[in-house]
Design a protein around this ligand. Structure first.
Ligand code: SF4
Length: 505
C-alpha cells in the first residue's frame, strides 16, 4: 500500500503516486461523491441557500475586517470567564505553550479531539518527543495516527482508506483479526478510547467558532468524542486559529446552518457544544482549568492584502475539496501540506509566507471555479490561485519555458495577422499527428498532457476562415441573402456560443 506524500518531493510526483493507487482513488471518489451529493440535497432542501451564503460571506468579511476589535472582545470575555489565554506567533510557539502546560500539569497522556491547527503545529510529535502520549479520539484521526500518516481531508482525515485497510490497521492494534465491518471496527475503537478518556490528564480540542460577545467557543462533531475530551480530563487546552472569531451567537445561527450542510450534508451535526470557561461550582462536569492558545502562524500576513485577506473567511468545511476535480482524483497527501484541496493550495503557501517553497502547488488546479461554487462563504479560491501563479512569475520563479511560451503566445494573439498565420501553420503542421480528431503525441510540452488524455486538434477551418468565406459568398449576391448562407452563418454563431464561455468565471 503506497503512502502518497511520504516519499515524493513535488506535487507532480506525489500526484503520480496517487494516480497509480487504485485503492486510494476509489476510496476518495466514493466519499467525495457521497459528501457532494449530501451537500447538494441539504442546500436545495434549505430553500434560500444563496441568500444564506451571502449572509455567511458578509459576517466573515465584517469580522475579519475588524478582527482586532473582536479578538480583543473575545479575549476579555474569555478571561472574565476564568480562561487562561495565550498567544502564539508561530507553530513552534503554539506547540511549546501546549507542552509547557502539559509539563506543568505533569501530564502523561493527552486525549485530543479533531484539530487541524494541532496538525498544523505538529503537536503530537512535540508531545511524544517529551514522553507524553497524545491520543487522537476522532475515529478518522485515530486511524491515520495508527497508520503514521497525516490527514488527507479537512473533515474526513482517513478518506483515502477503505474498510479493509482500516480493519488491517485496527487488527494490529487489537492483537486479533477484526472483521472489516464498520460496527465491529467502531465498537473496538469506542472500547479502546473509553479507557484513554478516563486516564487522560489533559483534553485538547480545536475550535470551530469563538464567540466574541461571551468569550465562548463552539465545537461541531458527530462522535461525541469532543464532548468527552472537553469534560472528562481536569485540564482543557483549546488550539484556535486567530480567525475563528465571530461576533455573536446570532451569527453562529448562520454558521451553524452553513457549516454542517456544506461539510457532510447534515442539517446539524450530532453534537454542538458551546463552552464558556472551566467548570463552575454548580456545574456537573467540565475541566477545572481551561487554556485557549490563539495561533497566528502566518494568518496576520493576509490581513490588509486585497488578494488574499478573504482566505481568513474560511470555515474549514471541506466542500471545496469534495467539489474539486483535481482533489477527487489525487486525494489530499499529494498537496504535501496540512491543508489540501483548493483551500490548501492557497492556504499552505500563504501561511508559510513562502511562495517559492510551494511554487508548484498553485498549478494543481484546473481553475474551473467549482471550489467557489461550493464554498459556503464564497471565497474566490480560483482567483487566488491565479494571483499565486502571477506572483510566482513576477518574483522570477516561474517555469522559464512556460514564461517564454506565454510571452510568445501574447505577441501572436495581440496581432490578428500573426494569429491567422499561426493558425494556418498549426493546421498544416498537425496533419501528420492527428488521430481520430485528437493529437496523441507524447513529446515535448504535450507529453504531460497526452499521458492521460488526448489534446484536441485545431479545427480544419477556423471560425475566421469560415466567416471570411461566407462574407465572400455574400458579396457575390449583394441584393438577396441566400437563405442557406444565412442559416449557415446562424449555425456557426450558435456553435461558437455553445462551445465557448462555459468555463470562465
Ligand atoms: S474555502 Fe470555503 S469551501 Fe473550502 S474549506 Fe474553506 S469555507 Fe469550506
Amino acid at each position: 500500500m503506497s503512502q502518497p506524500g511520504v516519499m515524493a518531493e513535488t506535487v507532480k510526483s506525489r500526484a503520480e503516486l496517487a494516480l497509480n493507487d487504485d485503492f486510494l482513488r476509489k476510496a476518495v471518489k466514493f466519499t467525495t461523491e457521497r459528501l457532494r451529493n449530501g451537500k447538494k440535497a441539504a442546500s436545495e432542501e434549505h430553500g434560500n441557500w444563496e441568500e444564506w451564503r451571502e449572509r455567511g460571506r458578509q459576517i466573515r468579511l465584517h469580522t475579519i475586517a475588524h478582527l482586532d476589535y473582536y479578538l480583543n472582545e473575545f479575549v476579555n470575555n474569555a478571561r472574565a470567564n476564568g480562561v487562561h489565554i495565550h498567544f502564539a506567533d508561530t507553530s513552534a510557539e503554539a506547540a511549546a505553550i501546549a507542552l509547557d502546560i502539559a509539563e506543568h500539569k505533569q501530564a502523561s497522556s493527552v486525549v485530543k479531539s479533531k484539530s487541524m491547527v494541532s496538525e498544523e503545529v505538529h503537536l503530537n510529535h512535540v508531545l511524544e518527543e517529551a514522553g507524553i502520549e497524545a491520543i487522537e479520539t476522532d475515529l478518522g484521526e485515530y486511524i491515520i495516527q495508527l497508520a503514521g500518516e497525516a490527514p488527507s481531508h479537512i473533515v474526513i482525515p482517513a478518506i483515502h482508506k477503505n474498510r479493509y485497510q482500516i480493519a488491517e490497521l485496527l487488527s494490529k492494534e487489537a492483537g486479533e483479526v477484526l472483521e472489516p465491518d464498520t460496527t465491529v471496527l467502531a465498537g473496538f475503537v469506542r472500547k479502546k478510547l473509553r479507557e484513554k478518556f478516563l486516564e487522560a490528564d489533559i483534553g485538547l480540542t480545536g475550535c470551530n467558532f469563538a464567540i466574541a460577545e461571551t468569550g465562548s467557543m463552539v465545537l461541531f462533531e458527530n462522535e461525541g468524542n469532543a464532548r468527552m475530551v472537553s469534560t472528562v480530563p481536569r485540564t482543557q487546552i483549546t488550539l484556535m486559529g486567530m480567525e475563528r472569531i465571530i461576533p455573536s451567537w446570532a451569527d453562529l445561527e448562520v454558521m451553524a446552518t452553513l457549516l454542517p450542510r456544506s461539510a457532510t450534508g447534515q442539517k446539524l451535526t450530532m453534537y454542538m457544544s458551546g463552552i464558556t470557561g472551566p467548570r463552575r461550582t454548580a456545574d456537573g462536569d467540565g475541566p477545572d482549568e481551561m487554556h485557549i492558545i490563539i495561533v497566528d502562524n502566518g494568518r496576520s500576513l493576509q490581513l490588509g492584502d486585497p488578494e488574499f485577506q478573504e482566505l481568513l473567511n474560511c470555515i474549514r468545511c471541506g466542500a471545496c475539496l469534495n467539489a474539486c476535480p483535481v482533489y477527487r482524483h489525487i486525494g489530499g497527501h499529494a498537496y504535501g501540506g496540512t491543508y489540501s484541496g483548493p483551500i490548501g493550495a492557497v492556504l499552505t503557501p500563504a501561511l508559510n509566507g513562502n511562495i517559492d517553497e510551494w511554487n508548484d502547488i498553485a498549478s494543481a488546479s484546473s481553475l474551473c471555479g467549482a471550489c467557489y461554487e461550493a464554498c459556503p462563504v464564497k471565497i474566490p479560491l480560483h482567483d487566488m490561485l491565479v494571483y499565486l501563479r502571477r506572483r510566482k512569475v513576477e518574483d522570477g520563479h516561474g517555469n522559464k519555458l512556460e514564461t517564454m511560451g506565454m510571452k510568445g503566445f501574447a505577441a501572436v494573439a495581440a496581432n490578428s495577422k500573426r494569429f491567422a498565420a499561426a493558425i494556418r501553420l498549426g493546421q498544416l503542421g498537425q496533419k501528420a499527428v492527428v488521430r481520430n480528431g485528437g493529437i496523441t503525441l507524447k513529446l515535448g510540452p504535450l507529453k504531460g498532457w497526452n499521458t492521460y488524455r488526448v489534446a484536441p486538434s485545431l479545427a480544419k477551418k477556423s471560425f475566421r476562415q469560415q466567416w471570411s468565406k461566407l462574407e465572400q459568398e455574400l458579396s457575390q449576391q449583394p441584393t438577396v441573402m441566400d437563405s442557406a448562407v444565412h442559416e449557415r452563418m446562424q449555425q456557426i454563431i450558435r456553435e461558437r456560443g455553445e462551445g465557448g464561455g462555459k468555463h470562465g468565471k
